[in-house]
Design a protein around this ligand. Structure first.
Ligand code: CP
Ligand code: NVA
Length: 330
């Protein structure tokens, strides 16, 4: 089927059909093959993009920079302190200025409403590099990684352990529902995704022959899982005070050897990263000192195991982001 995403923003997966997501995944595979073969693909020479980050980033920023340069484009990075946005200039004004100068705008920040507003005013495609509610570029990398490991997406049993109402829990639930994976959120009730989003995801899942399940029970959540996925327990932008409560709520949902043993023997472990699996970070060391816990959402054993595909997943951020940029600008 012919597909044309030119001029579209990429703000959340809810806005994209399964066929459009499939198109982006297939395009990412082609870009990955070109990159691996060392074949230049400067298809967007002469275009420029700007990356606006109001929160920190390693993978998303570097993926946009490398993807943009591989496509032959100019790339400008604006960090949280170095633009006027929000402080001296409103979102609509910033959007209209940047839209005059650039062919596309990446935005990482706080509310989803901000990125939606930016897109409404920019006049050029806007790509959501993470908000409090959604992380849609991560979804393509995750789907691509699962497809590479299992050869298909439909029918995969996918379990997300941890804070299921953060940007990753929300996004993965929608991504699975769209692409036919059976999604389970395994979390304490108070960290279940919002009912309204669950209802939307269930309706989408019904169209695509898959299920959305919420459970507090780790045995039930991990049983027959093909993928165990987790994310950090406290997200960017949340106050330091939430750590204590979050640790006590989520400790039973840590992905450890016992959890992996409940899943299928062929199961893989996934994480969007960054991850607190040891004390080799300042926050990891600080949490260990304050709360006596040296590994958080995943144990070092699982993180470093053969079942862990986290670095393949991280690499796939770049190939999939390249597909989003190309498909919406070409
Ligand atoms: N997974 C992810 O978005 O990583 P960064 O925060 O480093 O961009
Ligand atoms: N939930 C995490 C995802 C990081 C990629 C956060 O928002 O900090």
């Amino acid at each position: 089927m012919g597909m044309n995403l030119r001029g579209r923003s990429y703000l959340k997966l809810l806005d994209y059909s399964p066929a459009e997501i499939r198109y982006l995944l297939d395009m990412a595979k082609q870009f990955k093959a070109l990159k691996r073969a060392g074949v230049p693909h400067r298809y967007l020479e002469g275009k420029n993009i700007v990356l606006l980050f109001e929160k920190t980033s390693t993978r998303t920023r570097c993926s946009f920079e490398v993807a943009g340069r591989d496509l032959g484009m100019g790339v400008t990075y604006l960090d949280p302190g170095s633009s006027q946005m929000g402080k001296k200039e409103s979102i609509p004004d910033t959007a209209r200025v940047l839209g005059r100068l650039y062919d596309g705008i990446e935005y990482r920040g706080f509310s989803q409403q901000l990125v939606e507003e930016l897109a409404a005013y920019a006049g050029v495609p806007v790509w959501n590099g993470l908000t409090d509610e959604f992380h849609p570029t991560q979804m393509l990398a995750d789907l691509l990684t699962i497809e590479e490991k299992f050869g298909h997406l439909k029918g995969i049993n996918f379990t997300y352990m941890g804070d299921a109402r953060n940007n990753m829990g929300n996004s993965l639930m929608v991504a699975c529902a769209k692409m036919g994976l059976n999604f389970t959120a395994c979390a304490p009730k108070e960290l279940f995704p919002a009912e309204e989003l669950v209802a939307k995801a269930r309706a989408i899942a019904a169209e695509n022959g898959c299920t959305v399940t919420l459970t507090e029970d780790v045995d039930e959540g991990c049983r027959d899982a093909d993928v165990l996925y987790t994310d950090i327990w406290v997200s960017m932008g949340e106050p330091d005070e939430v750590w204590e409560k979050r640790i006590s709520l989520l400790k039973p949902y840590q992905v450890n050897a016992a959890a992996m043993a409940k899943a299928r023997p062929t199961a893989i472990f996934m994480h969007c990263l960054p991850s607190f699996h040891d004390t080799r970070t300042t926050i990891g060391a600080d949490i260990a000192r304050r709360f006596g816990i040296e590994e958080m959402e995943v144990t070092d054993e699982v993180f470093e195991s053969k079942q862990s595909v986290v670095f393949d997943e991280a690499e796939n951020r770049m190939h999939t982001i390249k597909a989003v940029i190309y498909a919406t600008l070409c």
